[in-house]
Design a protein around this ligand. Structure first.
Ligand code: NAP
Length: 413
């Protein structure tokens, strides 16, 4: 067996080296992503019966590996060690395009040589919930691949479960194909996975962080489903991007100041000031839309800073769907609006295979753009995460080339 291959020099199909290049976080480096992520040479992992090894061509950059670098809110290395895994490092990365290079003995759905993209829903194949045929994203064993599991897409060879592999959309380059699926599948489940609150033609959807990874895909999916999105951003330079990706209107959140947890409802002055801000934001939605219609779905992820406003502006009978608390986890909302107007507050996390496949199909058909922002080199992985933490990353989804020799390769139609 060869010991190590250079990055970008494609070895003979199926030849697996003993060691590989990877970007890795260690507990001693937890902190600023630009210092936490370092390039190392680590052993290439062995495969379980249901697993595949993917020769990674390009990877997306996601916020979860900002959290992994910081070591908060969870230390992913310690969590895995508690479950019996021996590694004292985190080789992350949750988005990938590449070529199946080896398969475990029970794998039947993909074969060596298949070009794939990998979604990041991971669960134990023997989990009783999974075996019962119910939504595996609700199983106790479910984890996010490349964040809560090791050997993700910042490795020369990534280890995944076979069911995570989706056919790579042929029309896309490696970097376009590798950059979008985590955010797209998450956004798809949020917008299409919680019936009856799924996007229907004409529905208004409020999208926070609309020029970000999740938000840009939410704009695209809403448009593909016939909805009308109102994009929220913090900078006028993002307005054009949002309109180009399907937004019906754009709001700059810097024109408002009422952010953060809601004040005590018994403090008339503070509550009154907050309510004025929330009402003005609601009016801004109507102005951006050109009609007095409230959003049937509010696409949330900032959390603490924005949730009170999301609750306030959501339409009667509508849904606030949330997948993160980037600005904090202390949830406040005015319950009176919640019960009197019969709103729904729905948590959502990543996606199952069917949802990942459905959104991949929309991308394959050209109905949803992967929103690739910029393509970086393998050694830019630390800097990309730092840009993300500092909210200075380019609009949409960043990609890094792993084994792809240069940008623009891999498209075949
Ligand atoms: P991103 O590309 O950084 O986008 C986040 C956006 O949030 C930014 O573009 C920013 O836009 C906006 N934002 C920042 N501070 C804000 C504030 N105080 N108030 C309102 N908006 C604010 O990140 P992402 O990839 O979209 O991910 C967003 C979050 O979702 C992260 O915490 C990530 O870990 C999480 N996530 C969860 C799942 C899941 O399955 N649970 C999946 C994907 C991502 P403006 O400054 O322009 O407003």
């Amino acid at each position: 067996m060869p010991d190590l291959f250079d990055l970008g020099k494609q070895p003979p199909l199926g030849e697996v080296p003993a060691r590989m290049h990877a970007y890795v976080v260690r507990q001693s480096r937890f902190g600023a992503p630009e210092n936490a992520w370092k390039r190392e040479i680590i052993p290439t992992p062995a495969l379980g019966p249901d697993e595949v090894l993917v020769y990674v061509m390009a990877s997306g950059i996601n916020y979860n590996n900002v959290w992994a670098a910081l070591g908060t809110p969870v230390d992913v290395i310690a969590e895995r060690q508690k479950m019996g895994e021996p590694e004292d490092f985190h080789a992350g990365g949750s988005d990938c395009s590449g070529i199946v290079w080896a398969v475990g003995r029970d794998v039947k759905t993909v074969a060596v040589g298949d070009e794939v993209i990998v979604h990041s829903g991971w669960w134990r194949p023997d989990d009783p919930w999974v075996l019962s045929g119910k939504d595996p994203m609700l199983a106790e064993s479910t984890r996010i691949w490349g964040y809560q599991t090791n050997y993700g897409s910042y490795c020369q060879f990534a280890r995944a479960q076979a069911h995570q592999c989706m056919p790579k959309p042929k029309r896309l380059t490696w970097e376009e194909a590798g950059c979008f699926l985590l955010c797209a599948s998450t956004a798809y489940r949020m917008l299409m996975g919680w019936a009856p609150h799924v996007v229907e033609p004409g529905d208004v959807v409020l999208v926070w962080g609309a020029a970000g990874g999740l938000g840009s895909l939410a704009l695209e999916i809403t448009q593909a489903c016939g909805g009308r999105s109102i994009a929220v951003v913090s900078d006028e330079s993002k307005r054009k991007f949002c309109l180009e990706h399907g937004a019906a209107g754009v709001i700059n959140r810097n024109e408002f100041t009422h952010w953060g947890p809601m004040p005590d409802t018994r403090n008339g002055k503070a509550y009154g000031e907050w309510a004025r801000g929330a009402r003005a934001f609601g009016k801004a939605i109507w102005d951006a839309l050109g009609e007095r219609t409230n959003p049937r779905i509010v696409f949330e992820h900032p959390g603490e800073a924005t949730l009170p406003t999301s609750e306030f502006v959501c339409a009667t009978g509508g849904m606030i769907v949330i997948c993160a608390g980037t600005t904090g986890y202390n949830v406040t909302l005015d319950l009176r609006y919640h019960w009197m107007r019969q709103k729904r507050f729905q948590g959502s996390h990543l996606s199952n295979d069917e949802q990942a496949l459905a959104v991949t199909k929309l991308v394959d058909e050209g109905r949803v753009d992967p929103c690739l922002s910029r393509t970086y080199g393998f050694d830019d992985i630390p800097a990309c995460h730092q840009l993300m933490l500092d909210n200075k990353h380019p609009h949409g989804n960043m990609a890094v080339l792993v084994n792809a020799e240069r940008p623009s390769l891999g498209a075949s139609r």
